[in-house]
Design a protein around this ligand. Sequence first.
Ligand code: GLN
Ligand code: ZN
Length: 763
Amino acid sequence: MTTIHNLGFPRIGARRELKFALESYWKGETSREALTTLGAALRRRHWADQAGLDLVPVGDFSFYDQVLDMSFALGNLPERVQDFHGDPLDNYFRVARGRSAQGGEAHAACCGGVAAGEMTKWFDTNYHYIVPEFTAQTPFTLDASRLLAQLAEAREQGVDAKPVIIGPLTYLALGKAKDGSSKLDLLPRILPAYAQLLDALVEAGAQWVQIDEPVLVTELDADWQHAFNLAYHELKGCRVKILLATYFGQLQDNQYLAANLPVAGLHVDAINGRDDIRPLLNLLSPHKVLSLGVINGRNIWKTDLNAVLDWLEPLAAQLGERLWIAPSCSLLHVPVDLANETKLDGDIKSWLAFALQKLDELRLLGTALRDGRDAVKEALAGNAAALAARRSSPRVHAPAVQAAVAKIDANLGRRASAYAQRARKQAALLRLPAYPTTTIGSFPQTPEIRHARSAFKAGTLDSAGYQAAMQAEIARSVREQEALGLDVFVHGEAERNDMVEYFGEQLEGYAFSQNGWVQSYGSRCVKPPILFGDISRPQPMTVAWTAYAQSLTDKPMKGMLTGPVTILNWSFVRDDQPRAASCRQLALAIRAEVLDLERAGVRVIQIDEAALREGLPLRRAQWGEYLDWAVESFRIAANGVRDETQIHTHMCYSEFNDIIASIAGMDADVITIETSRSDMELLDAFDHFRYPNQIGPGVYDIHSPNIPSREHIVGLMTKAAQRVPAERLWVNPDCGLKTRQWAEVLPALANMVAAAKELRAAA
Ligand code: GLN
Ligand code: ZN
């Protein structure tokens, strides 16, 4: 009989209950008890939601982050927080956020403020974890209390509990050695803590423990491969059965390693790693469990259950009891419950599955494998009908869009002239000074903007009233920019709630959920729009706002767009065509907008690709393919304009070393990037590559309320000019200013303009 199980459940709550509880606790509005009670209630509910599964994950619930939980379990706290007094949960929040609760801060004097842990993306997801910190001396001492408490709680509720922990190699791989020491040298010290943890879990009644080692789907060198063997041979002595879980990709050259580790079972992602399964069947020793992740834990589409059964049935016959099935990865990365969506179009809703619906699919597959497909005939027929409807829906398939994509050729993405010629024409037209100043797009989203937006959504403000309110904000932005003396203006993006949603809402082929929240980090959630069909742009999306803004000033007004790659990477995307195909459709839609802006007299157009880098595949070997279509898509979007039209792009990160050739390949006339915190060193990548076009290295860290001084900015730009010729430099902030307040923005930008003037005078 096939075992059905789950790898992890979204912890935030179907109504984001955890988010609200955390935030009110942090504000000092509610008690610690209220928070822990809510946590227990969520766990109880989520375990009940998983009823009928043979094994249910425990320990996946977290008040902030599962990696930080692991750091606490291993006693690996940064030195700066080791003398903390007070409540452990508050100390946990201090490491996560740099502070715990406001108001009830009893330890402000002795151990109050502290630098928060660094955050970074969990593999190729949009979930961010707190990076473990190591030094050569890091000690590890087990504190299993959190996990044991959750296990006891689950067992009390009659849950068939399978504790989930992050494996030692993945834990080390995700961390950062602060002193540059070798992380693998810590292995002999970390393993005893793991062994104790496993023993403690057996004592507490666990039979199986899921150890997550997703790092097995990345390229591992011989040292890391060896370390895997060493680690799991050492943990072999523990009496618990280990299910080693990998997900998000293919094992490829780690197949042999993964198959031969001395564990009781192996979970693989049968969505992204389907090709691994055949070879694994031959490699796995005949007593090991093979768990197949057959339901996609990364998207929101219904599974083709019949197709999965066609594939699984022979495997079930071959593997018998040894076959387990599950979602491909933790369901942390999908929203909780489709049933809460009351406004979604009925057709589209019938094609979707959120976490709870995915678990229903899993139960169905389990029953079909156990009792035969006839036992779930109706449900399978319903599933097949929904899929067939989706496959043939005219809402998904737009022949005109497909025809346009088929006609794409290399010329579409090519500017008429090379950069140097374009630059001359643009300079003659724009007449900008040396070190031109600009901003990245958004200005502060004031309470007035938010009120107008919510009133408009609620229907209490009509569209004329809304338009007037937004125009007033735009006019204010223009006035402030005039007063500051900036050179290239922006309209301020008052009308945009979110840089992807704004475009998604106006494109055919997009749908929006009401409650489709996914945890991004801590209490922060995102609600990715759902790209379900062929993309087209029924009408201009930004032209009226930009034209209005331009009408208020003689300075060049930047048209402001989000690029195709970023729109794609921040959406739930189709599973019925390659990402590249959806990206090209988006590219054509943005291209049409670019050309409309140009026609409306806009001379500078910025196309943001904030998320281009984060779309990089997990394996370097696959980077080239991704970058090819990503860059091609940008070029299609951007490069249809005349020589005189200046194309900007913006990326808010600072690691370009690996991808600089592709960035140059985009051929934007100007790129603005985040640099202020790296002291301009990252410009070395541009320097070494001899990046040919113009660059605006950010000189104002917009994540901080601090106002950069004129001297500081001059200093940064002087360093920049040592790496990039001054005539190709712009002066601008790191990113958009929407999260700041005007009171911070105005003095900062005034200093920035003053710095540019000083640089010009000195040149
Ligand atoms: N133009 C956008 C803004 O200024 C860019 C945001 C981003 O790069 N994340 O808000
Ligand atoms: Zn940015």
